[in-house]
Design a protein around this ligand. Structure first.
Ligand SMILES: *[C@@H]1O[C@H](CO)[C@@H](O)[C@H](O)[C@H]1NC(C)=O
Ligand SMILES: *[C@@H]1O[C@H](CO)[C@@H](O)[C@H](O)[C@H]1NC(C)=O
Ligand SMILES: *[C@@H]1O[C@H](CO)[C@@H](O)[C@H](O)[C@H]1NC(C)=O
Length: 424
C-alpha cells in the first residue's frame, strides 16, 4: 500500500542514512558498460507493456475490453492456454485473477513463466483471464468521463466499492459469455480479495457464478493493522481525500516512466544502490521470507508498478482501519443518507457470500493482520478452507513476488481448484 510514494521517500531516506557512497556513480557507469545478458533481458521486460511481455515468452495473449454499467472501459487480459504442444485451446475450465492496490494484471505476469500465477495456471490447463480495475493503466477510460479533465474529478470518484459492485460483475459476465461457461474459479490478491467480498455481499446473485474463490493475503477487516503510519493517517482519510480533491488531485500514483528509470538505473543487478531498493520494499510490505526476495527482478517490478488508483480507494482502506469494520465508503452523513438511506455507511454482509472461499494468509503480513483474518473466517458465509503459508515470515508481496510462491501458495490453490471441478 502507498507503494510508490513511500518507495521514493524511503529510497531517499535510506540513501541519506546509509549509503553516501562517493564513488557510486562511477561504479554505475562501469556496470552499464558490462552488457550483462540477464540485466539486458530484465531491463527489456521492465519497458514492455503486458501484451508484448507475455508474447515475448511465446504465450498466447488476448486483450479484451468490457464497458461497465457506469461507462468505464476495462482491459481484460487472457492467456487462453499454455505453450506445451499438448496444451491446446479447447473447452478448458476458466479462472479469473484479480490484482491488488496500485497494481494491474501485472501481479500475475511480471515474475515470468514458471513463477507468475497467470503462466502457471495456463500450463495447468486453465483458460486464464485477468481483470484490471477502473482507473489503472489498462482501464483508464470511460465513455463519457475524462480521467485527465482539469475541470472535474468525476472520473476518479470511486473506491474499491465500485470496483466490487460494478467492475467485477461486468468482467465476470463478459468472460462467461465469451467462453460459454456458467461459472469460473476466482483468485484474488489483496485488494482483489476485498473487491470479491464487496461483490459477494452487494451482488449475492454472483456467488452462483463462482466455482471456488481463493483469497491470497485477504483484506476485509483492518482494525488490527499495526502500521503506525497508517494508524496515524486513517482517522483523517476522508478529509485528506477531500483536501486533495479541492486541489484537483484525485488520481494517485499512475504509471510513470520515472519508476521504470529508477528501476533500471538504481535497482538492477550490479547497481550499488540495489539494496536500498530492497529495503524500501521491505519497509512498505514487510520483511520478505527467507530467500523469497529476488532483487534481480526489481527493475521489472518497478517497470509495471505503480499502475494508478483513485485516492478514494486508499481513503476507503483508511476508513476500514479507523472503524475496525468492513463497511461501504463513508461520504459523510448527507451523501450517505442519499446513497444508502442511513447517516452511517452500512456494513458489507459477509454471510451473504455463499461461494466457497479459501483464505491463504501469512502470520507476518503487516497489511493483513492475523487477528483481522481470523475475524473474516468467522463471518464468511461459506468458508471452505483456511491455509496459513507454511513459512513464518512471509510478507504481503511474497504472495506474488516470492521466489517460492508456487510451492508455498499456488500449488495449494491448484489442488483446491481441481477438487472443485464442476460440469457446465
Ligand atoms: C482485532 O481483532 C479482534 C479479533 O478478531 C477483534 O475482536 C477486534 O475488534 C479487532 N480490533 C480492532 C481495533 O478492530
Ligand atoms: C531471480 O530472477 C532471475 C531473473 O529472472 C532468475 O534468473 C533467478 O533464477 C531468480 N532467482 C531465484 C532464487 O529464483
Ligand atoms: C446478512 O445476510 C444474512 C443472509 O442473507 C441475513 O440473514 C442477515 O439478516 C443479514 N444481516 C444484516 C445485518 O443485514
Amino acid at each position: 500500500m502507498w507503494l510508490g510514494l513511500v518507495f521514493c521517500c524511503t529510497i531517499a531516506l535510506v540513501a541519506g542514512v546509509r549509503s553516501p557512497h562517493v564513488d557510486y556513480i562511477e561504479e554505475l557507469i562501469r556496470n552499464q558498460g558490462s552488457g550483462n545478458r540477464i540485466s539486458n533481458n530484465i531491463n527489456e521486460d521492465a519497458t514492455l507493456d503486458l501484451p508484448e511481455l507475455v508474447r515475448k515468452y511465446n504465450y498466447p495473449f488476448e486483450e479484451h475490453f468490457v464497458t461497465t454499467e457506469d461507462g468505464y472501459i476495462l482491459g481484460l487480459h487472457r492467456i487462453p492456454h499454455g505453450r506445451d504442444s499438448n496444451n491446446r485451446p479447447g473447452n478448458k475450465p476458466v479462472v479469473f485473477l484479480m490484482h491488488g492496490l496500485l497494481s494491474s494484471s501485472a501481479d500475475f505476469i511480471v515474475m515470468g513463466p514458471g513463477s507468475g500465477l497467470g503462466y502457471i495456471l495456463a500450463e495447468e490447463g486453465y483458460d486464464v483471464w485477468m481483470g484490471n480495475a477502473r482507473g489503472n493503466y489498462y482501464s483508464r477510460r470511460n465513455v463519457r468521463l475524462n480521467p485527465d479533465s482539469i475541470l472535474s474529478n468525476a472520473f476518479w470518484e470511486f473506491s474499491w466499492d465500485e470496483i466490487g459492485d460494478m467492475d467485477l460483475p461486468a468482467s465476470i459476465d463478459y468472460v462467461l459469455q465469451r467462453t460459454g461457461h456458467s461459472a469460473l474459479h476466482y483468485v484474488g490478491f489483496s485488494q482483489g480479495t476485498t473487491t470479491f467480498f464487496v461483490m459477494g455481499s452487494l451482488r449475492p446473485e454472483y456467488n452462483r457464478k463462482i466455482i471456488s474463490m481463493h483469497a491470497m493475503a485477504p483484506i476485509a477487516f483492518m482494525g488490527n493493522n499495526s502500521s503506525p503510519l497508517l494508524q496515524a493517517l486513517a482517522p483523517h482519510a476522508r478529509r485528506i481525500e477531500e483536501m486533495a480533491a479541492r486541489r484537483g488531485i484525485a488520481e494517485f500514483m499512475p504509471k510513470m516512466p520515472i519508476f521504470t528509470t529508477i528501476g533500471k538505473e538504481f535497482c538492477v543487478d550490479g547497481a550499488p544502490t540495489q539494496p536500498l531498493c530492497s529495503d524500501a520494499m521491505f519497509f512498505i510490505a514487510g520483511q520478505s521470507g527467507e530467500g523469497q526476495h529476488n532483487a534481480t527482478m526489481l527493475p521489472v517490478i518497478l517497470g509495471h508498478y505503480p499502475a494508478g488508483v483513485a485516492l478514494r480507494q486508499i481513503a476507503h482502506y483508511g476508513q476500514s482501519i479507523a472503524s475496525g469494520e468492513f463497511k461501504r465508503y463513508d461520504h459523510g452523513p448527507v451523501t450517505n443518507r442519499r446513497r444508502y438511506g442511513t447517516a452511517t455507511p452500512p456494513r458489507y454482509n459477509l454471510s451473504k457470500i455463499s461461494a466457497p472461499v479459501y483464505l491463504h494468509y501469512s502470520e507476518t503480513d503487516p497489511l493483513g493482520d492475523i487477528k483481522d483474518v481470523e475475524r473474516l473466517f468467522t463471518e464468511l458465509g461459506n468458508l471452505a478452507g483456511r491455509i496459513r503459508v507454511p513459512m513464518r515470515v512471509f510478507s504481503h508481496v511474497d504472495f506474488i513476488w516470492g521466489v517460492d510462491a508456487k510451492t508455498l501458495v499456488y500449488n495449494d490453490i491448484i489442488r483446491a481448484m481441481r477438487s472443485r471441478r464442476r460440469q457446465n
